[in-house]
Design a protein around this ligand. Structure first.
Ligand SMILES: C[S@@+](CC[C@H](N)C(=O)[O-])C[C@H]1O[C@@H](n2cnc3c(N)ncnc32)[C@H](O)[C@@H]1O
Length: 212
């Protein structure tokens, strides 16, 4: 788990109250059985940050079960605060979000079965721009191969980034693994911290959809 940065008392309290309701145990296998709606498809967001996109998607699509994977505990607390409408006495508003607090590769490996994820989102993965740090990048051939196995037959992955060099590396990896690349036409609105940062700096946001 990443270090908790600037975590506020209300966020700490929210974690204590609500985390047991939405956190998937470390060794659990994820299927729609862990959700209230047991016949809905599963969408996964990897590295959801503060959870803005995850929350908006889960509100907009109540018939889809969302699993968020994140290692940044302050971001998880911010998602939970949003889910209780910033009042720790409220019940959680959404029943279709569960979270896994662990490294995404380990989560895909240990908590999902093959052919179980309909759609995955990876928005603004850390680009690790220095060459000596490239090995830390999330999207590498091993990760892409595993993710492909976990997707259902017609599953897909949406990846957004504003980092041109990482984008090219991602495209190479995804094509090498056999994903079919499409320019994403769906009007997803990424009102996430990193999308806002990119737009403020005037950077172009690239989004690609990869079909299994
Ligand atoms: C650049 S931030 C983007 C956050 C969010 N998607 C956004 O658009 O604002 C990358 C996020 O991925 C998370 N992350 C990085 N490596 C991860 C890993 N191996 N497993 C799970 N989450 C990871 C980080 O904690 C961080 O929240």
């Amino acid at each position: 788990m990443r270090k908790a940065s600037r975590i506020r008392p209300a966020e700490k309290e929210a974690l204590r109250f609500y985390l047991p309701q939405i956190q998937v145990p470390d060794d659990a296998i994820i299927s729609s059985n862990i959700f209230e709606n047991k016949s809905s498809p599963i969408f996964v967001e990897i590295g959801f940050g503060k959870g803005e996109f995850l929350y908006n998607m889960a509100s907009q699509y109540p018939d889809i079960n969302f699993v968020g994977i994140e290692i940044f505990i302050t971001g998880i607390a911010k998602l939970i605060r949003r889910m209780c409408n910033y009042n720790n006495s409220n019940p959680l508003q959404l029943k279709n979000i569960k979270i896994l607090i662990k490294d995404a590769f380990s989560a895909l490996k240990e908590n999902f079965l093959d052919n179980s994820i309909q759609k995955a989102f990876i928005l603004f993965p850390d680009p690790w721009p220095k060459k000596r740090h490239h090995k830390r990048r999330l999207i590498n051939p091993e990760f892409a191969q595993l993710l492909k196995k976990r997707l259902i037959k017609d599953g897909s992955v949406l990846i957004a980034t504003d980092h041109k060099e990482y984008l090219e590396a991602i495209r190479d990896v995804m094509r090498e693994i056999g994903f079919k690349e499409e320019m994403c036409s769906e009007p997803f609105v990424f009102n996430t911290k990193y999308a806002r940062k990119a737009l403020e700096k005037g950077e172009k946001i690239y989004q690609f959809l990869y079909q299994k």
